[in-house]
Design a protein around this ligand. Structure first.
Ligand SMILES: *[C@@H]1O[C@H](CO)[C@@H](O)[C@H](O)[C@H]1NC(C)=O
Ligand SMILES: *[C@@H]1O[C@H](CO)[C@@H](O)[C@H](O)[C@H]1NC(C)=O
Ligand SMILES: *[C@@H]1O[C@H](CO)[C@@H](O)[C@H](O)[C@H]1NC(C)=O
Ligand SMILES: *[C@@H]1O[C@H](CO)[C@@H](O)[C@H](O)[C@H]1NC(C)=O
Length: 442
């Protein structure tokens, strides 16, 4: 990647991702008892979210299954079993360091490029009349299938983290909720429903936040599609339609094309793909955990104490795969060990560039060792494009990873999107596996 093509926003986003994880209010709670008293600011600490309770999730899923019209319609779609929506580098499309998926909201469909986010549980889009939003907004008045949701519906309690009665609203009120995002930004939204078109499928009555006002600069300008494991995410709202399975291929950051894809449902997925168990951590139930057991640099297995990588349901520690973080971050001692081995094998002198602390002369790049991540049952050797990033002049190559901020909350290793370019990542929630295969989707 060439840094001259990367906007200041890229570094801005990196700084944000550091800042939000440093926020002391993002520390893990010692128990889950106070969760329901929290106004949903879970994105603020994303992906270091406070846990949500299971019971509410279960309740909402049960309630949702009681919507007969919706279930009938979804059943009628089951024969299709698959759909595919295009993905592009947000850097090229919206000037943000994230990936966007092209979809349509409403009837007739209004085109939106929404950030693809596996660690967020709800979708949201800027709506007409929004204060502080950019020009592309969803126009509810132009959609024949648009509907608002009142405060009493279970989806509302899930979206806002509070029941209607808790704040003294009446059932007839709209479902208003606020969310923080990216450490420095927040928005106010109304929970609404409308048709969501993904590829050839139309998902009716999809619930999402219609943004009325934003503050701060990091709210994705055309909204976000939450693909997490919570009850309001795309996968949960589509029930059994896609058999609890989706995959994506993220094209190169540098690619200008909508050549990547989000594929939902079992058809059209790679026939043979190596897999590792998908783990669910009750401390952070929205996130996609895998068991990272080791890291190699070239032929050397980096010495890492097993407890630094261990999955821990009590602390939330472990490794997640995330499509919304830019560069992979390991807990500090793990990153140091990886970096030291990498430096040893490259030889020479190293300098820093922004968030990257291991930059070296690009002429030395040929000797840069490949980095491999060993998961239970699956070894992922990163292509060079996914390990190194280049300075604007092209003279420096930098190891494109970093350490998680060293605070009480840093127990999570995050495999981020720069490390996922041109791979197909398959999340089979129903069968609790994650599959990874090489795929060129530039
Ligand atoms: C949408 O329609 C409603 C009711 O007809 C109207 O009050 C509102 O101003 C319209 N909003 C916009 C943004 O046009
Ligand atoms: C959202 O934030 C606004 C502005 O701070 C506040 O007026 C409003 O009451 C909040 N709404 C909810 C549901 O918390
Ligand atoms: C992760 O892998 C290690 C090493 O093979 C194993 O001891 C541990 O039980 C695994 N953890 C989970 C949660 O699967
Ligand atoms: C790095 O230095 C070591 C020790 O001097 C040497 O054995 C090795 O060949 C060097 N590696 C490269 C890639 O130059």
């Amino acid at each position: 990647m060439d840094l001259k093509n990367i906007s200041p926003f890229f570094f801005f986003a990196l700084l944000i991702s550091i800042a939000k994880a440093l926020d002391p209010s993002c520390a893990s709670h010692s128990d889950g008892s106070d969760d329901l008293s929290i106004i949903p600011t879970y994105s603020k600490c994303y992906p270091f979210s406070p846990p949500k309770t299971d019971s509410l999730v279960t309740t909402v899923l049960k309630m949702a299954s009681k919507d007969p019209a919706r279930v009938n319609y979804l059943s009628s779609l089951v024969a299709q079993k698959t759909t595919s929506a295009p993905i592009a580098s947000g850097q090229q499309v919206l000037n943000i360091a994230n990936y966007v998926v092209r979809l349509k909201l409403g009837t007739p469909g209004q085109l939106m490029n929404m950030v693809l986010d596996t660690s967020n549980d709800i979708a949201w889009a800027p709506c007409s009349g929004c204060t502080g939003c950019s020009s592309t907004t969803f126009l509810p008045n132009s959609s024949s299938t648009y509907g608002s949701l009142d405060c009493s519906v279970p989806e509302c309690a899930q979206a806002r983290g509070l029941s209607c009665s808790t704040i003294g609203s009446t059932a007839a009120n709209g479902c208003f909720f606020n969310q923080s995002y990216g450490g420095d930004s927040s928005f106010s939204a109304t929970l609404v429903q409308d048709a969501l078109t993904l590829g050839k499928d139309v998902i009716p009555k999809f619930s999402f936040g219609c943004i009325n006002s934003v503050s701060g600069g990091s709210i994705p300008s055309q909204g976000l599609l939450g693909l997490g494991r919570g009850s309001m995410s795309l996968l949960s709202q589509t029930g059994s339609l896609y058999s609890g399975l989706f995959s994506y291929c993220l094209p190169s950051f540098k690619s200008y094309y909508f050549s990547g894809s989000l594929k939902l449902g079992p058809a059209g997925q790679p026939k043979s793909i190596r897999t590792t168990p998908l783990l669910r951590n009750p401390r952070r139930p929205s996130l996609y955990y895998v068991n990272l057991t080791g890291i190699s640099v070239g032929r050397v297995l980096v010495p890492i104490a097993p407890e630094l990588l261990a999955f821990n349901p009590n602390t939330g520690a472990g490794t997640i795969i995330d499509s919304g973080t830019v560069i992979t971050r390991f807990v500090q001692p793990v990153y140091m060990a990886l970096r030291d081995e990498f430096r040893k094998q490259v030889n020479g002198t190293f300098s820093s560039l922004g968030a990257f602390d291991t930059c070296f002369s690009a002429t030395n790049e040929v000797v840069a060792p490949a980095i491999a991540l060993q998961f239970t049952g699956l070894k992922l050797t990163l292509p060079m494009e996914n390990s190194l990033i280049h300075s604007s002049s092209g003279s420096l190559a930098c190891l494109a990873m970093g350490a998680a901020p060293n605070n009480v909350n840093s127990v999570l290793n995050v495999i981020a999107n720069l490390q996922q370019q041109n791979l197909r990542i398959l999340f089979d929630v129903a069968n609790s596996v994650v599959g990874i295969a090489r795929e060129s989707c530039n």
